[in-house]
Design a binder for this molecule. Structure first.
Ligand code: GLN
Length: 306
């Protein structure tokens, strides 16, 4: 039977509107406090160019930690397996900005998708790129097939003004010798990559490369080798949702990545990318309705990698 994706997305949007749920927008970054908590958007984009959208799919939001996937893709392709000397590939089982484990484990972050790991990836990129902020943005624009993707300077500044915990992580990493560049430079780059804004539709389109064995579907350029793409997807599966990565695998069953802006992007290898945005977060920093929407989607469509 042919699956009616339009119908599925409309139904999910309607069903979720009726759920009375708690949770709040990320309020530790002042600039994100003003986001309307009731927004909900979803976008499903296939490699065969078919696309289906529903709700607030066309409104830009702060993708935050979702951009850690782009940063890893860029660093992994450039540095290869040497990257794993400085960051691990295990789920952390701790919150995204935890300091504890980093001290115990001598400054080697568990994986590239917790903040400490992403800070190390940023440090690596600063060494590899001639103009890190410019080059990274260009890379993301290429993946999105869209030159209008931008940083939100206000969000980056707002986060840097209160980024004490990320600064603590960066100094601890520096003390262990796992950050080579000046801490301020690494933090500034990190806050910028987190501040990228996209709509659900743009985010899905920019994740298609990970469903397409590393080939950018917009210009056919090979961004990441097939083997590295598999590994990056494996990391999304095991580490994409901090200490809720098991839960996401259990209930949704797709490799994906969340951000505290309330966005989630996920992929089904060889077929599609799907993004959801709903700013209310649970205690673990993941979008409550975003997770619910993707659970409904994979249940109804039967499209999970398992
Ligand atoms: N910029 C945010 C931070 O570093 C990203 C966290 C997230 O999206 N989980 O705290």
């Amino acid at each position: 039977m042919k699956i009616d994706y339009n119908e599925i997305l409309q139904q999910i949007t309607l069903d979720l509107k009726n759920i009375k749920y708690k949770g709040d927008v990320a309020n530790y970054i002042p600039e994100l406090k003003s986001v309307d908590p009731n927004k909900f958007g979803i976008s499903l984009q296939f490699l065969n160019k078919r696309g289906y959208n529903s709700g607030d799919f066309n409104i830009k939001f702060s993708i935050q930690s979702v951009s850690k996937v782009f940063a890893l893709a860029m660093a992994f392709e450039k540095l290869g397996n040497k990257i794993w000397h400085r960051v691990g590939v295990e789920p952390s089982g701790t919150s995204f900005n935890s300091l504890l484990q980093l001290e115990y484990e001598n400054g080697i972050p568990r994986n590239p998708f917790i903040n400490a790991g992403a800070l190390v990836v940023c440090d690596i990129l600063i060494d590899l790129l001639s103009e890190p902020k410019k080059d990274f943005l260009k890379f993301v624009q290429k993946l999105a097939g869209n030159i209008h993707i931008q940083y939100n300077k206000n969000v980056a500044r707002s986060e840097s003004e209160v980024g004490y915990r990320n600064a603590s992580l960066a100094y601890l990493l520096k003390d262990f010798g796992n950050i080579k560049n000046p801490v301020d430079k690494v933090l500034d780059f990190y806050f910028h990559i987190c501040s990228i804004e996209m709509t659900c539709e743009e985010l899905s389109k920019s994740f298609l490369v990970f469903a397409n064995h590393g080939i950018n579907p917009h210009n056919k350029e090979k961004i990441l080798s097939e083997s590295k793409t598999k590994r990056l997807n494996a990391l999304m599966q095991s580490c994409g949702f901090y200490d809720e990565s098991g839960e996401f695998t259990f209930t949704v069953g797709l490799p994906g990545k969340s951000g505290v802006g309330g966005g989630i992007a996920a992929i089904f290898p060889g077929e599609f990318a799907i993004s959801v945005w709903s700013p209310r977060l649970n205690k673990k920093g993941n979008s409550i309705l975003g997770m619910k929407a993707l659970e409904l989607f994979t249940t109804i469509s039967g499209k999970s990698v398992f």
